[in-house]
Design a protein around this ligand. Structure first.
Ligand code: ADP
Length: 485
């Protein structure tokens, strides 16, 4: 079974959120399951800088003159040997800033072209007969950035391989001016309600949902939620229409997130050697985040993109109530300017008790998840969420809103659930500061009960969140689509 995995992020070369983690871990798990997988990514500077030995497979100018010069490079992902196919097109990707935004946080104006080209390369490699000696049995597209691949395949003359699209977040849709339809080589007669059109714009994600053979998303609960007007982001009708082809497969987490051998941590620990390791990580974290050194005060951690989705405003509004009791808060995040400045204000309002780092810092994210007592994820919606699973693995029970993958992965700590060794964290229902504060309150009460707390931590640490199960589900889909074993 050969799969081309098309993605705009792959950890550790480029990551803005969970997609980067998934695009690293899932292909590795697929390889373990016997799949010959190649990951197709754009050649951003951070990717090109860490490619190591790369071979040029072919030039890509023939695909269209507007993005020349361009080449397809073959390399391997460091430390894993995972085959990478990199689209080296300096005019589109060789620039400062992030994969989607300028250094000052605006979307790149030519994103339609940048990711349209990625899609063209993905579709070209999925043509039959194949242009190169290696050709996929299935093309697996991720998020809007790869959403045009199924549409480009469907609109070409001749046979092509089946496609899967995975929705990692329905809120990001890649909607652009309709003039891009023809510029990107798509027929204008596909620009209609049942095709590429979404409220008068060309929608990459809608194109993917419409034309892919299968649609997956990253948790069973989110697969149901996106079929409702509340969380369907305007695409719920189409998703209901395609519900027979839509499935939720829960993400896993990989072994690079393991407190027993995590190079970012000052002290290793596991579920049998827990107390001393957690204590040491907490002390170092308190120092690093400018918090008072106190082993006993409950320390709440948060690592997140700072957006409305993540419910950061709920936390900010709950802060006066929360800070009325002895606790500390360590925040790591970057995102919307308003939230960054409100968090800065919170840090100065509670010196030594609220530590805020406004940055994207992978090693610090590990230390916060390891050194905190509780981990906060008050998301308004959450397709899967990885950080709550990392937190459980690191003995840091999460407090989460009951939505999407958070609801699918965290078992609320009722007395019965704790006794039956099922409880792993605390959930709350409504996206309000009061409900969040009440859940933290419950968590603090349990924290005061040493035996109960240890049980809660250990139950979370022992949960199986491995990628093996998810990879098997994806392989099942690939087999059904391609008839290949
Ligand atoms: P999303 O994909 O919506 O951002 P997830 O929980 O699925 O949310 O994945 C987020 C990933 O990004 C996690 O690995 C988390 O630790 C990481 N992350 C988020 N913000 C930061 C940050 N500021 N610094 C380092 N890692 C971060």
């Amino acid at each position: 079974m050969k799969v081309l995995f098309v993605t705009s992020e792959i950890h550790p070369l480029v990551k803005t959120g969970g997609l980067g983690d998934v695009s690293h871990a899932l292909p590795l798990a697929l390889r373990q399951a016997g799949v010959d997988v190649r990951v197709l990514v754009p050649g951003y500077p951070s990717v090109m800088a860490r490619l190591g030995k790369a071979t040029a497979l072919c030039t890509l100018e023939a695909l269209s003159p507007i993005w020349s010069p361009a080449r397809l490079l073959e390399a391997q992902l460091e430390d894993t040997g995972l085959p990478l196919w990199v689209v080296d097109c300096p005019s589109l990707y060789d620039r400062p800033g992030g994969p989607y935004q300028t250094p000052d946080g605006r979307d790149w104006e030519d994103n339609a072209l940048r990711f349209g080209f990625l899609c063209h390369v993905g579709a070209w490699l999925s043509n039959t007969p194949a242009p190169l000696s290696w050709s996929p049995d299935v093309v697996h597209c991720n998020d809007w950035q790869a959403g045009l691949v199924p549409a480009l395949l469907r609109h070409r003359q001749g046979p092509f391989v089946p496609s899967v699209i995975t929705i990692h977040n329905l809120a990001f849709q890649g909607n652009f001016d309709p003039l891009w339809v023809t510029r990107l080589g798509l027929p204008m007669d596909s620009f209609h309600l049942q095709g590429l059109e979404f409220y008068g714009r060309l929608s990459f994600l809608k194109a993917g949902i419409n034309y892919a053979d299968r649609i997956t998303t990253v948790s069973p609960r989110y697969a149901r939620e996106i079929q409702t007007p509340e969380l369907g982001c305007g695409l719920d009708g189409l998703l209901r229409h395609r519900s027979a082809d839509l499935v939720g497969i829960l993400n896993g987490i990989d072994d690079s997130w393991n407190p027993a051998h995590d190079p970012a941590l000052p002290a290793a620990f596991d579920d049998r050697r827990l107390a001393a390791g957690k204590r040491r990580n907490k002390a170092v974290l308190q120092g690093e985040c400018g918090l008072a050194k106190d082993p006993d005060v409950p320390l709440l951690g948060l690592v997140s993109r700072l957006t409305y989705q993540k419910g950061i405003d709920l936390l900010l509004e709950a802060l006066p109530v929360l800070m009325a009791q002895p606790l500390q808060l360590a925040v790591l995040g970057s995102g919307e300017a308003v939230m960054e400045s409100r968090l800065r204000e919170a840090a100065s309002a509670y010196p030594g008790r609220v530590g805020v780092t406004l940055d994207f810092d992978e090693p610090l994210s590990h230390r916060i998840i390891a050194g905190s007592d509780l981990f906060l994820m008050p998301s308004r919606f959450e397709p899967c969420g990885l950080a709550q699973m990392y937190a459980m693995r690191y003995g840091t029970p999460p407090v989460v809103r009951e939505t999407g993958g958070l609801a699918d992965t965290v078992v609320d700590c009722t007395d019965d659930a704790l006794r039956e060794r099922k409880a792993t964290g605390f959930t709350f229902h409504n996206a309000t500061p009061d409900d969040l504060a009440a859940a933290v309150q419950r968590a603090l009460a349990t924290y005061g009960n040493r035996t109960g707390w240890r049980l809660l931590q250990k139950t979370g640490m022992r949960r199986d969140f491995s990628w093996k199960r998810a990879a098997a589900d994806y392989v099942g889909i690939y087999r059904a689509l391609s008839g290949t074993t």
